[in-house]
Design a protein around this ligand. Structure first.
Ligand SMILES: [Zn+2]
Length: 291
């Protein structure tokens, strides 16, 4: 069955890139409405669907827009929804960027669990792949998905940096493993990028309370230290799940292998998956199924 939440719940904080204070409210939504953002601070409370067609930019985050209404850095919020198996939910923000909280998806998941999950009276609409889908980019990023009967990700991080050896992890993703393996992994950046990011108007709300900063010879973190030795690859998986949510079919029956992950690549790969899955849903297929 499709899933929403039982009651409304609100979180407050600052946006990672804009530094804007904002509140984010999750609201229950009926079956087949999908995941939608609303700008509660703008006249008319414009709606922006969390779908691939509304991605406007993918610089250091996945940003959606419809007309003049934009919502930045949506990936962690979306990851939390998909990690819990939520298909339908309205997400209201009071600024152009949701709060970054601790840099992971944990605060969103905690809020959603506080609100309680609700089964809706409609069957889940799985994303079925008809065949293998591959994607390669000039920078060496490579993605591959094969049809399967569960959702699994193998992610590999390759950075030319002394603190970041090649790092690989495989996780079969369900609600339980999402909560134990992925949800707590925080966002990160490299120390040498910080000044540049700030000069570009990015990371204005960034601090060690919501990000790990990788220095030449050490990890700069809050007092908590690293949550996992390979927190970085786990966060990239969390991000991928968030970006794939934009397909609008929130549960996946496929195995994905991805190397050198990034938001732009995640979104392009999601488009290929969406196109491949749509072929299966063409009228010809439906007639065959009806026999
Ligand atoms: Zn992220």
């Amino acid at each position: 069955l499709q899933t929403s939440i039982k009651s409304e719940v609100t979180l407050e904080g600052v946006g990672l890139h804009t530094g804007n204070k904002s509140a984010l409210t999750f609201r229950p939504a009926p079956a087949n409405t999908g995941i939608r953002f609303f700008r509660a601070d703008l006249p008319g409370i414009p709606m922006i669907p969390a779908r691939l067609g509304f991605v406007v930019t993918t610089v250091r985050g996945t940003n959606l827009g419809l007309g003049d209404a934009k919502v930045h850095t949506v990936e962690h919020v979306l990851s939390a929804c998909t990690g819990l198996g939520i298909d339908n939910i309205d997400i209201l923000t009071t600024a152009s960027e949701p709060p970054i909280m601790d840099g992971s998806a944990m605060p969103f998941v905690e809020a959603l669990l506080r609100a309680g999950l609700a089964d809706l009276d409609a069957p889940k609409r799985w994303l079925h792949l008809p065949h293998e889908v591959t994607y390669e980019a000039k920078d060496g990023a490579r993605y591959r998905a094969v049809p399967a009967d569960c959702f699994a990700i193998t992610a590999t991080l390759i950075h030319d940096h002394p603190m970041m050896p090649k790092m690989s992890l495989s996780v079969t993703v369900d609600r339980e493993s999402y909560l134990t393996e992925l949800v707590r992994a925080r966002t990160f950046c490299f120390e040498h990028e910080v000044a540049y990011l700030k000069s570009q108007g990015l990371a204005q709300g960034g601090s060690l309370e919501n990000a790990i900063v990788i220095g030449k010879d050490k990890f700069n973190t809050n007092a908590e230290g690293l949550r996992f030795p390979d927190e970085f690859v786990r966060h990239k998986m969390l991000d991928l799940i968030g970006d794939l949510t934009l397909i609008g079919r929130p549960l996946f029956k496929m195995h994905i292998e991805a190397e050198r992950l990034g938001h732009a690549h995640n979104v392009e790969f999601a488009k290929l998956l969406d196109e491949a899955a749509k072929k299966l849903r063409k009228p010809k297929t439906r007639i065959l199924e009806a026999k």
